[in-house]
Design a protein around this ligand. Structure first.
Ligand code: PAF
Length: 281
């Protein structure tokens, strides 16, 4: 496995590989890998000649009071996991290589970024779309793999690729969960043992919504309020948002008259957890 720490050498290596007719699969990450990331890597390894994994904690997608400094990092562990999984290249750049002093450009999407995390984390998706666009330009992947836990992020990236006519197939992969239902996240490391039950309230709320829908409830606000009450009945929880949204537009729904996504962001102690479920009506 090749570890490349700068853009110039990465581009040269990708050019060489593409010249030799190799297909490139890419998995963008911020490191501190877990089985969710590894499901993307495994899929990429199975579908492409070469798999490149980027590890970069992207400062521009963190707000001023967020956890950029505290974000968990363990490069040696990540490298060993990726080596074992058969990844070919780790792209591990420095922030100044990605954002040099004269850096000027931001990619900004409207619509799909204007709800959920786009509201509660202003500027977050500008940072995400910009870094992902840069990573696509550096690695020219044929396919790029993203987890569906960040459901809104996946829609943002799909919209950017469509709007900017980018030559990459974006593949969304299912959420990987612990046996008890907790969605895997690098930020789960912030959870204290006694907060685990509260953290499970996110995935447990899916059953509540399932039964409300089954009983014929179609008022999104009524469903939303029941989910919020359920989550707040657990200690140490603070709901950031609970919304029933259109699966592609990410706009909040008033009435359920078709498929929707239940999207949640909840602070449990120090950890801000997100989760979602796609409901087919
Ligand atoms: O999902 C993530 O880990 C990040 O948002 C991504 C896509 C790697 C961009 O920094």
């Amino acid at each position: 496995m090749n570890i490349i720490e700068n853009i110039k050498d990465t581009k040269a290596e990708i050019k060489r590989l593409k010249g030799a007719g190799k297909s490139i699969g890419m998995v963008p990450t911020m490191g501190f890998l877990h089985e969710g990331h590894m499901s993307l890597v495994n899929k990429s390894v199975s579908e492409n000649d070469v798999t490149v994994v980027s590890i970069f904690v992207n400062p521009t997608q963190f707000g001023p009071n967020e956890d950029l400094e505290a974000y968990p990092r363990d490069f040696d562990r990540d490298r060993d996991m990726l080596n074992k999984a058969g990844a070919d290249i780790i792209f591990f750049p420095t922030p100044t290589d990605i954002y040099p002093e004269n850096y000027l450009t931001t990619i900004k999407l409207t619509g799909v970024t204007e709800n959920l995390c786009g509201l509660s984390r202003p500027g977050h998706f500008d940072g995400v779309s910009t870094i992902v666009c840069k990573l696509f330009n550096i690695m020219s992947p044929d396919r790029a793999y993203f987890g569906s836990k960040d459901y809104q992020q996946l829609q943002v990236i799909k919209s950017m690729v469509r709007d900017l006519n980018m030559d990459v197939e974006v593949i969304g992969m299912p959420i990987i969960r612990e046996a008890d239902g907790l969605a895997l996240s690098s930020r789960n490391v912030y959870l204290k043992d006694e907060e685990r039950g509260a953290a499970l309230s996110l995935s447990k709320s899916f059953n509540l919504v399932e039964s409300l829908i089954k009983d014929g409830e179609r008022d999104a606000k009524a469903i939303r309020n029941k989910v919020i009450d359920f989550i707040h009945s657990h200690a140490n929880t603070n709901v950031d948002y609970v919304e029933l949204v259109h699966p592609e537009m990410i706009s909040s729904l008033e009435t359920i008259d078709g498929d929707f996504v239940l999207a949640l962001a909840v602070k449990v102690g120090k950890a801000r957890l997100i989760d979602n479920k796609y409901f087919t009506i």
